[in-house]
Design a protein around this ligand. Structure first.
Ligand code: NDP
Length: 399
């Protein structure tokens, strides 16, 4: 029986809060705190009466003293950072100061530089360990479940993993010519960056969207997918011994790419400030303001996501390939928790990661990526809480 504090009240936080309430043997109390308290109150209203007392609060998570005061007042056992990656370090600082465990779903990224790396958060390792506190980094789907799948493959299916391909397919259709399924600013920063993959001990850089493949995804069909850099490549390259190559592919529809290309060509995706009518604005933040709020896509998105990993390696001296993936349905997710499947596939693993810390199974002083911890209870909970996984013993490989 424990209390969690969720910071953020967007699409992912909404799912995680629903799932914490569903798992009330572990989460006996919740506090939902965010920049706009009205969104926390709305969420609380949906969940009141389901047996878990919920408080709400306004907090600026960029401000450590404010966070510290709130954590001291609410006394949670874990803080789940479901705001934005920009807030990772301030929330980690506040957790250290108040002696509370920490979890997030995306690695730190400075707001003024489109560059995400684990080095900033890994630098907290000694401080968390010395205080006996646990920090879990990247407990969403990717990163998150993809790391758990990798740890599970290494534990049960392979003696050595040589190659990992992570395939992220969103076959959802929201009916808009252009919209993003999670925070537009974070999403666009990710997909307009150069691609990168890991090979033989180093990262190889590509131009954005330079490498294209197509793949048949169960539940969705044949889709074009593009090689992107994604944060779990950095941690998996470090934590999966003997891995030689790791790639990450994400599907994009033609309309999305055409619009993105055009927006990029006219400078709308830039994070360099410009002057507009006497004040400084950041084009990408302005774009975010005119795009549909990802939380509003839920009711109109149909179709499925299919996300998973293909592993190539050796078992008992023989070559082996193995694939594990999940299919999630946008409308089913919306009917259950009021958010589409991209938020669902992130919020469920966030709840599971936090519950494993609270149950003591992932309580280990220090800063950890999910693949460093025991995958078995996480894999069990994926089946239990709405993200069942499917194994393909003879997968089609990606050239
Ligand atoms: P949203 O933009 O929908 O929600 C973000 C929430 O954080 C909003 O409620 C926002 O408040 C709040 N927030 C932003 N800044 C602050 C601040 N300074 N102080 C307090 N609250 C703040 O994002 P999503 O729910 O889609 O995504 C949440 C996180 O999940 C992101 O970090 C994203 O990168 C990550 N993610 C991870 C995935 C994975 O698989 N690992 C996949 C998808 C997302 P307000 O309402 O005022 O705007």
């Amino acid at each position: 029986m424990a209390k969690a504090m969720i910071i953020g009240a967007g699409g992912v936080a909404q799912v995680a809060a629903h799932k914490c309430v569903e798992n009330k043997e572990v989460f006996s109390e919740l506090c939902i705190a965010s920049r706009t308290v009205a969104r926390c109150d709305e969420l609380k209203k949906k969940l009141d009466g389901r047996g878990v007392p919920i408080t709400t609060a306004q907090v600026d998570a960029d401000n450590v003293p404010e966070l510290v005061a709130l954590i001291k007042a609410e006394k949670p056992d874990i803080v789940m950072n479901l705001a934005l990656p920009y807030q990772d370090l301030t929330i980690m600082d506040a957790c250290l100061e108040t002696g509370v465990d920490y979890l997030d779903t995306a690695n730190y990224e400075p707001e003024d530089t489109a560059k995400f790396e684990y080095k900033w958060q890994w630098a907290y390792q000694d401080r968390f360990r010395e205080k006996g506190l646990t920090a879990i980094l990247g407990s969403g789907f990717d990163p998150g479940v993809t790391g758990v799948f990798s740890a599970y493959a290494l534990k049960h299916e392979f003696d050595e993993i040589h190659m990992i391909d992570i395939l992220d397919c969103n076959g959802g259709d929201h009916g808009y010519p252009f919209a993003t399924n999670f925070n537009p600013e974070i999403n666009i920063r990710e997909v307009t960056a150069n691609g990168r993959y890991y090979e033989n001990g180093r990262f190889v850089e590509t131009k954005p969207m330079e490498i294209k493949r197509s793949y048949h995804f169960e539940g969705v069909g044949e889709r074009d997918m593009y090689l992107l850099y994604h944060e779990e490549l950095e941690s998996l390259a470090k934590h999966i011994p003997s891995v030689r190559r790791i790639r990450f592919f994400m599907t994009f529809g033609e309309s999305y790419l055409r619009h993105l290309n055009c927006l990029q060509n006219v400078g709308m995706t830039s994070i360099e400030p410009i002057m507009f009518e006497g004040r400084e604005i950041i084009p990408l933040q302005f774009l975010k303001a005119v795009l549909p709020d990802p939380a509003s896509l839920g009711p109109r998105t149909v179709g499925k996501t299919n996300i998973g990993c293909i592993f190539i390696g050796k078992k008992d001296g023989k070559d082996k390939t193995w694939r594990v993936y999940n299919i999630a349905d946008h409308q089913e997710a919306y009917a259950e928790v009021g958010s589409q499947a991209v938020s669902y596939t992130t919020g469920v693993p966030a709840m599971i990661g936090a519950s494993l810390v609270l149950r003591g199974l992932w309580k280990k002083p220090g800063v950890w990526n999910v693949e460093q911890l025991d995958p078995d209870p996480f894999m069990e909970d994926l089946n239990r809480f709405g993200l069942p996984w499917i194994v393909d013993e003879n997968p089609v490989l990606v050239p």
